[in-house]
Design a protein around this ligand. Structure first.
Ligand SMILES: Nc1ncnc2c1ncn2[C@@H]1O[C@H](COP(=O)(O)OP(=O)(O)OP(=O)(O)O)[C@@H](O)[C@H]1O
Length: 251
């Protein structure tokens, strides 16, 4: 795979009973970049993200990952190819410890079935790697706590560790900073930056100061279409982008 473009969507369109939420989006994500999808409320970011991660089927258009057409593949298949969407926070098992959560994720990478609670010996085999991942997201001292005992920000860090356990080549993050206090924002930003050293990251994010700090490519959506693209300085200076954001309330 030598192409500079890791993910390419063309003509991506999603209609919901006649309403066009995503309308002919051509998106190119450069290998090794941290790419953000931004836009005012209702712009179609989540729908676009769900199309790219295969949680929704496009009405029209195609998606190439590493030059391979993945338009009709299910999410589990593309995850095996290295395109991994971060788990939703609910997918962290609250009654398992931090370390056990990461071990379970490692187990999933091996394609083992869900009878993990019985195979303690097998899980132990993942210990070294699990400790490494827990350490990488700054949770070493909390490794024996139940996931339910973690603060919100640390739960998100655990979610990133369980996602990294799947060894993604490209990581898709859905609003990683949602609901975070400022200290947590900095911690998660650092984690994303660190994770992006070896992989590509595409994220939907509302927090524009995070986007300006972290992302080197930005696609602005409005009314289901691409309004502007470029680095933060370019898109934030674009009068069409300013206009699209005006009068919209943003978290
Ligand atoms: N399942 C659905 N059925 C009908 N309409 C939908 C559906 N999902 C999304 N839409 C509509 O598509 C448009 C785009 O929604 P989407 O959630 O993708 O926007 P967004 O940019 O993520 O917004 P926000 O910033 O508010 O999360 C909205 O008008 C929304 O009401």
């Amino acid at each position: 795979m030598t192409s500079n473009i890791i993910l390419a969507a063309s003509g991506l369109t999603k209609e919901f009973r006649g309403f066009v939420a995503v309308d002919g989006v051509d998106l190119m994500v450069r290998r090794g970049s941290i790419h953000a999808l931004i836009g005012p409320n209702g712009a179609g970011k989540t729908t676009c993200f769900n199309l790219l991660t295969k949680f929704l089927t496009p009405t029209k258009g195609s998606i190439l990952y590493n030059d391979e057409d993945i338009t009709s593949l299910p999410p589990a298949d593309i995850a095996l190819k290295g395109l991994v969407r971060s788990f939703q926070i609910s997918a962290v098992f609250p009654d398992l410890s931090v370390l056990e959560n990461v071990r379970v994720a490692l187990q999933r990478l091996r394609g083992s079935s869900f009878d993990f609670w019985r195979s303690e010996t097998v899980l132990r085999a993942h210990d070294a790697r699990a400790l490494e991942l827990v350490d990488a997201v700054g949770l070493s001292e909390f490794r024996h706590l139940y996931a339910s005992e973690l603060s919100y920000g640390r739960k998100r860090a655990l979610e990133i560790a369980t996602t990294l356990a799947l060894e993604p080549e490209m990581l898709l993050l859905d609003e990683p900073m949602a609901g975070m206090a400022s200290g947590d924002i900095e911690r998660i930003s650092n984690l994303i930056r660190q994770a992006a050293r070896e992989r590509t990251v595409l994220m939907v994010e509302h927090n524009l100061s995070v986007v300006s700090e972290l992302c080197d490519a930005i696609t602005v959506l409005a009314q289901g279409r691409i309004l502007a693209e470029g680095d933060y300085a370019t898109v934030s200076a674009d009068p069409r982008v300013r206009e699209a954001y005006m009068g919209t309330v943003h978290a």
